[in-house]
Write a protein that binds this ligand. Structure first.
Ligand code: AP5
Ligand code: MG
Length: 241
């Protein structure tokens, strides 16, 4: 048969169509597990099931509490502020609260072991959460190390620390303004506010290095409208997915 014979051309075309068909079938089989995994990931992220633990960090008045509230609503995750937990103990007049009163009113850090115990209880009681914003914790390297151990004990980890940067004079202005009606003892005088900033610089700022060394650190500009700052933080978190 000559190579130009029509029946040979037909069988060559038929042969290549079979080869192509087989190629696509193999590709589908090979890609099937990946497609399943992608589908599961999309489903779980749409339901917000992807677990995410965020350490919201920064000096007093930088906007941790303000942004935590927004992040909590946006991502459907929990929020715990060690400062709030301590203030609640004080309001309720518990023994723990009474032991903490002086630290808070003087703007000093509460003892590591007490705050670590609070967080250990919190984590143990919220294991089913989709994630959590830890606001104002950890504040010392000891707290950060213990925190990793506590989370690891429940098969969890910190995903990211978001450090909100605001210049010191703006921080003082914000806290003095809030202090007019916050009722917080540590907002009452400029002296105590500057003391809190000093404690932050000397004892807390170093915690950023702890997370940076684990490649879990992001810094955002905390100056601008609350919406702008939220957008910057959300961009960091969305970038993790
Ligand atoms: P804590 O309650 O954590 O206080 P803090 O870190 O001093 O921070 P603040 O709550 O004052 O400020 P924030 O960053 O939450 O800012 P906010 O959103 O309120 O801790 C209090 C104390 O508890 C500590 O000093 C210590 O004694 C103890 N403690 C807590 N945790 C501890 C730990 N882990 N270890 C040991 N001790 C611990 O915003 C501030 C103001 O600014 C608000 O009025 C807000 O409306 C305004 N604002 C927010 N964003 C903006 C914006 N973008 N523009 C203008 N204004 C804004
Ligand atoms: Mg706060």
């Amino acid at each position: 048969m000559s190579p130009n014979c029509p029946s040979e051309a037909i069988s060559v075309r038929f042969f290549w169509s079979i080869v192509t068909e087989i190629f696509y079938k193999i590709k589908e089989i090979v890609l099937f597990p990946q497609k399943i995994m992608y589908f599961c990931r999309v489903q779980s992220s749409q339901k917000g099931l992807v677990m995410i633990n965020i350490v919201l960090f920064g000096a007093p008045g930088c906007g941790k509490g303000t942004q935590a509230q927004r992040l909590k609503e946006h991502y459907g995750i929990d929020h715990v502020s060690t400062g709030e937990v301590i203030r609640d103990e004080i309001r309720r007049g518990t023994e723990l609260g009474r032991s903490m009163e002086q630290y808070i009113s003087e703007g000093k850090l509460a003892p590591d072991e007490i705050v670590i115990g609070m967080i250990a209880n919190y984590v143990a009681g919220h294991k089913e959460a989709k994630g959590c914003i830890f606001d104002g914790f950890p504040r010392t390297t000891v707290q950060a190390e213990e925190f990793d151990r506590i989370l690891a004990g429940h098969g969890l980890k910190v995903d990211i620390m978001v450090d909100i940067h605001v210049p010191e004079e703006e921080l003082v202005k914000r806290i003095l303004l809030r202090g007019k009606d916050s009722g917080r003892a540590d907002d009452a005088s400029e002296e105590v506010i500057r003391g809190r900033l000093d404690v932050y610089r000397k004892q807390t700022a170093v915690v950023a290095d702890y997370y940076a060394s684990q490649n879990k650190y992001a810094s955002v500009d905390g100056v601008g409208t609350m919406d702008e700052v939220f957008g910057r933080i959300a961009a960091v978190i969305d970038g993790l997915k």
